[in-house]
Design a protein around this ligand. Structure first.
Ligand code: FAD
Length: 388
């Protein structure tokens, strides 16, 4: 049986971020993933400015050309309605998760994390601070970090289920052909392509990632939405469709228990409007390692969750504020108000881009949006927010 200060289950952005941070603190780290890297991960691969900040801070990673393709132009649609374009906004970046996650994983190993990739965690025994891997190998931890995604077995072991099926999102994606895009090729967002969600088309050098996602309970036939979206974008049928749950703004109030912490998708840290989760994954992974290290240093690993809960409060506050805007962007009743304000206002579109760039937070966006809504829409919004 091997002992580690920190065991991390899941080596995506959250797990790799946790591993690098824990190694900087001089802790022994086991980094486990059931997949061998590189591995596929369903994702649009949009790296926003706020995510880029976390990449730099946690991995000291710059936006290397080739791996990250800058884009400066966006076009927005709602059904048949053209909501306008935004050109020359602060850049966002597109990446392929196959390469991106491989790089982050390699950084974590280079920092000194012990590699357990290609190994599946079979059981978790919080009573004995141990886990069992396939092949019956047992590892012991002082702090365990569950960075094992939306279907987290660590969350299941703590709370009986990984996510609330009433609140989770679901997304479908295809990789369509791409026509050698450059940094002026627009990214396309379609607000009503799915119920309580949206569609996207992100043209990258190797492929155009086309997808749509929304609240699972409101989209009993997501495949039909995708088919309609394909027709709208004039894409041929026949590409392999892949689906994945997305904890679409379902942040857990308690992101762990005692010396067991949940980071990234396992904690539900995904933006409820944009579906963006890579940045929060890196940020929360690093926070889990930092607070875990503090609890270990103090000789009280059991306090890790209380430190971590406090550290991640700003992430949960962000997500809660974004949820207040969700009915406006996604409910059929309020969408016409949103469409009118959004189409007419360059500053609202700009606020959306500044948010993605990490230059402003949701409180500022909320103020700008609420300031533009007619009283009737505000009343509807008040009545609906908190319900979804
Ligand atoms: C269709 C779609 C499009 C998206 N587009 C974007 C986007 O454009 N931009 C963005 O920022 N976010 C996007 N997201 C969200 C983003 O993909 C996630 O928020 C992000 O990957 C979370 O990172 P993570 O490290 O928490 O989890 P993951 O990246 O899911 O990594 C979890 C890891 O845990 C491993 N694992 C799971 N169970 C076990 C086990 N039992 N034993 C060992 N290992 C295990 C898995 O193999 C995996 O490698 C999208 C999501 C979907 C579904």
């Amino acid at each position: 049986m091997q002992d580690f200060d920190i065991i991390i289950i899941g080596a995506g952005p959250a797990g790799a971020g946790a591993a690098v941070t824990a190694r900087k603190k001089g802790l022994s780290v086991a980094l486990i993933d059931k997949a061998a890297f590189p591995r596929a991960k369903l994702c649009g691969g949009l790296v926003t400015g706020r995510c880029a900040g976390h990449l730099k801070e946690v991995f000291d990673l710059d936006l290397i050309p080739g791996l990250f393709e800058p884009r400066r132009n966006f076009e927005f649609h709602l059904g048949e309605q053209d909501l306008g374009r935004l050109d020359d906004v602060p850049p966002v970046y597109l990446t392929m998760r196959w390469d991106f996650d491989r790089l982050l994983h390699a950084r974590a190993l280079r920092a000194g994390a012990q590699d357990f990739s290609g190994r599946r965690v079979e059981t978790i025994d919080p009573g004995n601070d141990s886990i069992t891997l396939d092949g019956d190998e047992t590892l012991r931890y002082r702090v365990l970090i569950g960075a094992d995604g939306v279907q987290s077995i660590v969350a299941k072991s703590l709370f009986g289920r990984a996510f609330d099926p009433e609140k989770v999102g679901f997304a479908l994606e295809i990789e369509a052909p791409s026509e050698t895009p450059d940094d002026s090729t627009p990214l396309r967002i379609d607000f009503a392509a799915a119920e309580w969600g949206y569609g996207w088309s992100f043209p990258k050098s190797r492929a155009t990632t086309v997808g749509l996602g929304g609240l699972h309970t409101h989209n009993s036939d997501m495949a039909a939405h995708l088919s309609a979206y394909r027709q709208k974008l004039d894409l041929p049928e026949g590409k392999t469709v892949k689906g994945h749950f997305l904890p679409f703004g379902e942040a857990k109030k308690r992101p762990g228990r005692g010396n067991v912490l949940l980071a990234g998708d396992a904690a539900g840290f995904v933006d409820p409007l944009t579906g963006e989760g890579i940045g929060y994954a890196i940020q929360s992974g690093a926070m889990a390692a930092e607070t875990g290290a503090r609890a270990i240093r103090e000789g009280r690993p059991i306090l890790a969750e209380s430190y971590y809960r406090a550290a991640t409060r700003p992430i949960r506050a962000d997500i809660a504020q974004a949820r207040m805007l969700r009915p406006l962007m996604f409910s059929r009743r309020l969408q016409p108000f949103f469409a009118r304000s959004f189409a007419a206002s360059r500053s609202l579109k700009r606020a959306y881009m500044d948010l993605l760039a990490g230059d402003i937070g949701y409180p500022v966006v909320l103020m700008r949006v609420l300031g533009r809504l007619p009283a009737v829409a505000l009343r509807h919004l008040r009545a609906r927010s908190g319900q979804v």
